[in-house]
Design a protein around this ligand. Structure first.
Ligand SMILES: [Zn+2]
Length: 203
C-alpha cells in the first residue's frame, strides 16, 4: 500500500474530510462528491463498487462450500424482482443455500453500504447504515420469498467492516455446522481469515 493510499484509508476510517469542499462527482456527474469520501467509495460507475459486492459474495460462498453446506452462486429463481427497474425484472439470488431452514432453500442477498450514509442529516450512529440497508432488503424481497416457499436472508455489510444482525446470525449458524464437523474446522478457519480482510467479526 502506498503512503497516499494509507493516508486516504486512514482519513476515511477516522472520518477526517478527504476533500476541502463538496464537488460534483467527476465520474458519474450525478452525485455530490462529499468531503468525507462517501460517494467516492460508492459511485456505481466505478468498477470497485461491483467488485466489492462480488468479492464478499465469493468469499461467503467459499465459506459455505468449505463448511460442507450446499449452495449455488447467482442462482436463478423465478420470483426475485427488482422494483427499482420499474418492471418485473427477474434476478438471481446472490447465493442460494439449499435446505437452510425447515427444509426450505434460503435466498441470500448481499448489500454493501457506507457507514457514513446520512452523516450530513443525522450525524454518525454506529451500525445505522447496515441496519437500514438490511431492513430495506427485507421490505423488498422477503414477501416474495415466503410466498414461494423460500427463506430470505439479507447479508448487509459496510465499508468499515461491520455486519448487520442477520448476516452475523447466518455466519454463526455456519460456524455451528462447522463445529459439529471437525474435519472442516481447519478449512473454515482459513476462510474466516479471508473474511477478516474486511475486518468482519462473527464471534
Ligand atoms: Zn459518482
Amino acid at each position: 500500500m502506498s503512503a497516499v493510499e494509507y493516508r486516504a484509508i486512514l482519513k476515511y476510517r477516522l472520518m477526517v474530510p478527504l476533500f476541502p469542499v463538496d464537488d460534483p462527482c467527476p465520474v458519474c456527474r450525478k452525485s455530490c462528491l462529499d468531503s468525507f469520501g462517501e460517494h467516492a467509495i460508492h459511485c456505481k460507475e466505478l468498477p470497485g463498487f461491483k467488485y466489492r459486492h462480488d468479492f464478499v459474495r465469493d468469499v461467503l460462498y467459499d465459506v459455505l462450500k468449505r463448511a460442507g453446506i450446499s449452495a449455488k452462486k447467482e442462482a436463478p429463481v423465478n420470483f426475485l424482482t427488482d422494483p427499482l427497474e420499474g418492471r418485473s425484472t427477474l434476478r438471481p439470488a446472490d447465493i442460494l443455500v439449499f435446505g437452510w431452514e425447515g427444509g426450505k432453500h434460503a435466498c441470500v442477498d448481499l448489500t454493501g453500504v457506507s457507514p457514513l450514509v446520512g452523516l450530513r442529516d443525522h450525524g454518525f450512529v454506529a451500525g445505522q447504515a447496515i441496519t437500514k440497508a438490511e431492513a430495506a432488503k427485507v421490505a423488498k424481497h422477503e414477501k416474495a420469498c415466503i410466498e414461494n416457499q423460500h427463506v430470505f436472508v439479507p447479508f448487509a455489510f459496510d465499508t468499515f467492516g461491520a455486519l448487520a444482525p442477520d448476516a452475523v446470525r447466518l455466519l454463526k449458524r455456519v460456524q455451528q455446522v462447522v463445529s459439529s464437523n471437525t474435519a472442516h474446522v481447519l478449512l473454515f478457519n482459513l476462510s474466516v481469515q479471508l473474511l477478516s480482510i474486511f475486518n468482519f467479526k462473527i464471534v
